[in-house]
Design a protein around this ligand. Structure first.
Ligand SMILES: Cc1ncc(C[n+]2csc(CCOP(=O)(O)OP(=O)(O)O)c2C)c(N)n1
Ligand SMILES: [Mg+2]
Length: 820
């Protein structure tokens, strides 16, 4: 418990001095004799071969991009190619001592990392395992291409396989490691420990922390390395990742047997430039990137600057730091000095640096220097190195020929069966990892379960009247029940976010979970919304189930990239290799003004690859959370703070005690009617019910009220049936009207039920303003009167109705002209 760590003013106010430790810079002392004894001649030659292979691979791409042909093979590559010519030693050195269980995540410039990791795995994997991976991955399709006519060893074949799978991916072909869905900047090959590379600068930092958490929490072997550029040190999510990785609680509060901090290393490939911004002396102030580590924790992240132009210096650092990570004393930060001669991309004119500077680095070229040292150490003759270069060139020519051919390497069909079919995994699994879930208490002994047992499952008493809120199973209890149920089944399931543990979540949804779960399954995070979601993404893509929480919908902005680029895309960008069982709980606020009261369902609905749910009753909250927690897709699960304490008013019998699921995508008819249909999303349901009551009692109009419940996927069937019956439809939600998802629904309904409509489909959303103070909120969010007035003005005139708001078409025109 945090309560065990007392914040004592006698300590915290004491005078003193904080001392920092020295940060080693390029501490490695070359000693080829010792390294030869350690690795053997063959491995040192392999380092040379791997660097030469990567150089040739990148040179091939550069030549294709700039000249349209390579070694006489014509090809027009439309996509990107961020090359790392000059940086080969950093990646080959890094992968030298990494095992297959060690994961590396990278950036937009990671072709070299994929190849280095794959070639390292090929050298280390037992033959049987290597064969099994190649034969089963994508049904053996990439293997069959390189196998044809191949006469060399299995390892040699596997090198071809690694290069072909990578290049076919870069060229957008079905035989690519991710069927061409990732392409140059997102390619990876998980079976060899090369994990997703990320086109969002710094995007891999927090995802890698999640991967390391997965390893720690699920007791999996290996370490995780986030390979990010020096430019990414300016990115907020990178700093958030450092903070999450360095939390004290791993050592102070988590069970000792967990082994301490997650095994994560942040490896900054410091080539001194972003695209054209120079991090040394221009865009950053640290002078030496390793300095960043000094401020993060007392260990200073074990930060070091490493000479990335010597592969053995990098290998030495990785080996030393791996021990630290195994002891649970991470995170580690490496400032790996390197340089790219190639521009940011082939179109880069290098206007931001001098030719002389490039030449200085070319003079100490990593491949040439390493080759010279091999020759000087009598481990190779110049002719041997030339032979290796020649072999690399022939191999890359062979692979390029295979990858450019549309006959040998076709593209996937660009239709809904193929690309559409990759958007969701649509799994339905009890647990995503085997094992026994760690629980501190059996479910039936949980204090909240015991307290809930005394409450009414229904929000309505025997007399048909609503019961007092304190006496009923409310929406927050329903979410809790579903979560506890799945925690007790799925050993990998974790939940984290701000105030998640002792506080019980800011809105008491998790009260009782602290008693139920050890720290490693439920924990507080720093106020790092990006890293909260990013870590969940990394955790899930490694095979776990995560439930991150955002306290207010408004904080989605802080985790924008993680929700809009990462969570939603990795299933499809991996061509279904990865699954993403993440339920992101997002609470929608009110009464807290402009930055705490927004309903941003429409933003999320717009992004392909997310399932979006918004239950409005306790029955649905439990049944939909159960559904989400058994799935394997990313779900953004909205919960309205307005209704956390409502009981179940619609389903007779209330919230079942046992397990059930709400069918995916199916709206619920809350009240049947014949004259018009009102469809709501979220808490507006209750205001729509009030409006329906007035319609019935005052105007004799019978309204059918439908709660959409789901935003994506959504089965329009019931809504269309209703509109066919009533001929009229009004849509309502608390999202701001302009750009609201309701307009997509209105447009769809207008087209799908056009023949049945007697009036246009009308949308009632919140005003296109900031949310004003609580006392003025009713002027902002849709009210019962707005729904009635909209119906009267635009859908079905209500005899004798006197409007209290202006919902006319003229007013719509005026508002649009003003932009409000
Ligand atoms: C969030 C984000 N901002 C900007 C870009 C455009 N961009 C692509 S690479 C790059 C430079 C990255 O520099 P660094 O992290 O040092 O990696 P390097 O390219 O040097 O390997 C920029 C600005 C991007 N992809 N993502
Ligand atoms: Mg850089």
């Amino acid at each position: 418990m945090p309560k065990s760590i007392v914040v004592d003013p006698r300590e915290t106010r004491k005078q003193g001095k904080l001392s920092l430790c020295d940060i080693p810079l390029n501490a490695y002392v070359p000693d080829l004799k010792k390294e030869t004894e350690k690795y053997g001649k063959e491995t040192l030659l392999r380092i040379y071969r791997d660097m030469a292979t990567i150089r040739e691979f990148e040179t091939m791409l550069n030549t294709i991009k700039t000249k349209g042909a390579y070694q006489g093979i014509p090809y027009d590559h439309a996509g990107p190619a961020h090359l790392s010519i000059g940086q080969e030693s950093t990646v080959v050195g890094q992968c030298l001592t990494l095992g297959v269980d060690d994961f590396i995540f990278g950036s937009h410039r990671s072709h070299g990392e994929i190849i280095a990791k794959c070639l390292s795995a090929v050298a280390k994997l037992p033959e049987q395992k290597l064969t099994a991976i190649m034969e089963t991955y994508m049904g053996g399709a990439p293997l069959r291409v390189v196998q044809k006519g191949h006469t060399g060893s299995l390892q040699d074949l596997a090198v071809d396989y690694s290069l072909y799978g990578t290049l076919a991916e870069i060229f957008g072909r079905e035989n690519g490691f991710n069927k061409g869905m990732g392409g140059s900047m997102h390619a990876f090959f998980a079976p060899f420990g090369s994990m997703p590379n990320n086109a969002i600068v710094g995007g891999s930092a927090d995802i890698s922390v999640g991967a390391a958490l997965f390893k720690r929490i699920n007791r999996k072997p290996g370490i995780v390395i986030a390979n990010i550029g020096d430019g990414s040190s300016g990115c907020g999510p990178v700093w958030e990742a450092l903070m999450v990785a360095a939390m004290d609680q791993y050592r102070t509060l988590w069970p000792k047997e967990m082994g301490g901090a997650p095994p994560i290393m942040f490896s900054f490939f410091n080539n001194f430039y972003g695209m054209g911004g120079q991090t040394l002396g221009e865009t950053m102030g640290f002078k030496v990137l390793a300095r960043i580590g000094a401020g993060v924790n007392p260990y200073q992240m074990h930060a070091e600057r490493v000479d990335g132009y010597n592969p053995l210096a990098v290998a030495d650092a990785i080996e030393r730091k791996r021990k630290i990570l195994h002891e649970g004393k991470g995170p580690v930060l490496l400032d790996v000095v390197t340089y790219r001669y190639s521009g940011h991309s082939p179109s880069d004119a290098s206007s931001y640096r001098t030719k002389e500077e490039v030449a200085l680095w070319q003079d100490v070229d990593c491949i040439k220097s390493f080759g010279d040292s091999l020759v000087a150490g009598k481990l190779a003759k110049t002719a041997d190195l030339e032979a290796i270069q020649k072999e690399a060139s022939e191999r890359i020519r062979r692979i390029t020929e295979l990858a450019v051919s549309l006959e040998i390497s076709p593209r996937v069909a660009t239709d809904d069966d193929q690309i559409g079919g990759m958007m969701f995994s649509n799994g339905n699994v009890e647990k995503v990892q085997e094992g026994t879930p760690e629980m501190l208490l059996p479910v039936e002994k949980n204090p909240r379960v015991i307290a809930n047992a005394r409450k009414s499952r229904s929000g309505v008493g025997p007399d048909g009247k609503p019961l007092p809120k304190a006496q009923v199973i409310a929406l927050r209890d329903a979410v809790f029940e579903a979560m506890l149920h799945r925690f007790a089944i799925d050993p990998s399931m974790v939940a984290f976010g701000e105030e998640n543990r002792d506080w019980g979540g800011a809105f008491a949804v998790y009260r009782g979970l602290t008693e139920a779960l050890p720290y490693n399954r439920l924990f507080n995070t720093p106020i790092s919304e990006g890293a909260i979601v990013g870590a969940a993404v990394g955790y899930a893509m490694c095979g776990g189930r995560a439930v991150p929480e955002l306290m207010y919908c408004d904080f989605l902005g802080r985790s924008g990239d993680e929700v809009f680029n990462q969570l939603c895309k990795w299933q499809a960008m991996s061509a279904g290799v990865l699954t993403m069982p993440v339920v992101l709980r997002v609470s929608v606020g009110s009464k807290y003004g402009a930055q705490h009261s927004q309903d941003w369902t429409s933003l999320v609905a717009h992004i392909p690859g997310l399932k979006v749910m918004f239950p409005a009753t306790p029955y649905d909250a439990k049944g939909m959370m159960n559904l989400a927690l058994r799935g394997t897709d990313p779900v953004v699960f909205f919960e309205s703070q307005r209704i956390y304490d409502v009981g179940e008013l619609f389903v007779p019998g209330g919230v079942p005690t046992g397990y059930y699921e709400v069918p995916e995508g199916e709206p619920a008819v809350r009240q049947e009617g014949t004259d018009l249909t009102i469809v709501t999303i979220g808490a507006t349901l209750y205001r729509a019910m009030d409006a329906a009551k007035v319609l019935r009692e005052k105007y004799g109009v019978s309204a059918e009220v439908i709660d959409a419940r789901f935003i994506n996927p959504l089965d329009y069937g019931k809504i269309i049936d209703s509109v066919r019956k009533t001929g009229r439809c009004v849509l309502a939600s608390d999202a701001c009207e302009r750009g609201s998802y309701l307009h997509t629904m209105a447009s769809n309904l207008s087209q799908m039920a056009f023949d049945s409509l007697d009036a246009p489909v009308a949308v009632v959303g919140a005003r296109n303003w900031i949310t004003p103070a609580a006392e003025m909120e009713d002027s902002f969010f849709p009210q019962k009167e707005w729904i009635l007035d909209t119906i009267h003005e635009r859908v079905l005139p209500l005899p004798g109705h006197a409007v209290s708001t202006n919902q006319s078409v003229a007013e719509m025109l005026r508002r649009n002209r003003k932009g409000v």
